[in-house]
Write a protein that binds this ligand. Structure first.
Ligand SMILES: Cc1cc2nc3c(=O)[nH]c(=O)nc-3n(C[C@H](O)[C@H](O)[C@H](O)COP(=O)(O)OP(=O)(O)OC[C@H]3O[C@@H](n4cnc5c(N)ncnc54)[C@H](O)[C@@H]3O)c2cc1C
Length: 359
């Protein structure tokens, strides 16, 4: 292994160069720190580019900017995922942030009081590490997913791009969160579609410009400042948010019903290669799209800072009992909005003020 092949000794290493890592980079740069951002993807913004083709944000542009650079265009519009990706790339270039792309950190450990990150035979040392690898790294699939008949096309929502990936015939969308609802509506235009599961509530108004003007500011305020781990109501809400789908924001149950989508209860297993619903195998399913969310994936981090569920033990991103280790962009890390654009930027600002200057 080479020792610090390019940057020399770092004050802070940021692992993950999505929006959270870039916002952190902005604050570190302002503080004059010696830092580096490592990102696994070939190009800045790829986490967004890799999502399905027609994805648009549900947060309006006025809330999608990172610190120091407003999101361009009409503030009440909802950017496409590629516009967000390109914005992030421009952001990194504008602030000349030191990002090394195409580097997946495979192991992080402590050595003589400093952190060492290794990837493909190279290593980087730093006094502090910020883990900003996002909360969508590992798809969460039910244990019985591999038992589906090989003739059924199955995809996780993270692999879904467009209906062209599907076989002719019925599509079963498993999970009725926002991804499930939006993907079900899209595939219902080309395929008979069934959706399994119940929504965890719905935004009580139609999503769009008026909502961006009058209702989403309230949602943003609640998500950033009211539902936090510092308030009783936030502490009560956190476990529910971590285990249940968010309320439907843009596509509602009635939109799906109007598009001819059928509703069935949860999928509970697989029998004879077919998905089981309400105790019986469902016939004529040619495709299954698992919109079942994501799980934590920190098995490459050696310092023992994780609870029984694999989540980092931290407060507002500062790891408990492991000096110099920080987390950003985690689901409900501090607030209900922590894993969104506005939330990760607010959390980055706070966290940057807590990172000690390493000697
Ligand atoms: C379908 C969907 C729609 C969403 N819509 C919205 C929305 O409308 N508004 C909103 O505010 N939020 C939205 N979000 C939530 C959130 O804003 C995104 O998930 C966002 O991408 C999270 O940013 P991040 O920087 O935390 O993580 P990511 O964007 O996932 O970036 C993490 C980066 O870390 C890199 N990485 C991972 N592991 C390693 C490693 N070991 N070594 C080096 N690099 C690594 C990855 O390559 C990636 O580039 C949406 C999420 C999804 C899934």
């Amino acid at each position: 292994m080479n020792t610090n092949p390019s940057p020399g000794t770092l004050d802070t290493l940021v692992i993950g160069g999505g929006q959270a890592g870039l916002a952190m980079g902005h604050y570190l740069k302002r503080q004059g720190r010696r830092f580096l951002i490592l990102d696994a993807n070939p190009r800045i913004g790829d986490a967004w580019r890799q999502r399905w083709d027609t994805l648009r944000l549900f947060t309006p542009a006025k809330y999608d900017g990172l610190p120091g650079m407003p999101f361009p265009g009409d503030g009440l519009s909802f950017p496409t995922k590629d516009e967000v990706a390109d914005y992030l790339e421009t952001y990194a270039a504008t602030f000349d942030l030191p990002v090394l792309s195409g580097i997946r950190v495979e192991r992080l450990w402590r050595e003589q009081g400093r952190y060492v990150a290794a990837s493909d035979g190279r290593r980087w040392e730093a006094g502090n590490v910020v883990v900003a690898t996002g909360c969508t790294q590992a798809p969460r699939l039910p244990d019985f997913a591999p038992d589906l008949a090989p003739s059924i096309v199955q995809l996780h929502s993270s692999e879904y791009r467009n209906p062209g990936q599907l076989r002719d015939g019925r599509v079963l969308v498993v999970g009725l969160g926002n991804s499930g609802a939006e993907i079900a509506l899209e595939v219902s235009r080309t395929h008979p579609t069934v959706v399994a599961g119940k929504p965890g509530g719905e935004l009580p108004v139609r999503h769009g410009r008026n909502a961006a003007r009058f209702v989403l500011p309230v949602v943003r305020f609640l998500g950033l400042y009211v539902l936090t781990l510092d308030t009783p109501i936030g502490r009560k809400a956190a476990p529910h948010k971590l285990t249940h789908a968010d309320p439907l924001i843009r596509t509602k149950s009635k939109d799906l019903a109007a598009a001819g989508v059928e509703f069935v209860p949860r999928v509970t297993g697989v029998q004879d290669g077919r998905p089981v619903v309400a105790g019986s195998p469902l016939d004529d399913v040619s495709n299954v799209i698992w919109c079942t969310g994501y799980r934590e994936s920190f098995d490459w981090i050696e310092p023992q800072v994780f609870d029984g569920g694999g989540r980092p033990r931290q407060h507002r991103g500062v790891a408990a009992d492991v000096p110099g280790l920080f987390f950003l962009g985690e689901e409900f890390m501090f607030a209900a909005a922590s894993a969104t654009l506005p939330g990760s930027c607010r959390d980055a600002k706070y966290l940057a003020s807590k990172i000690p200057v390493a000697s």
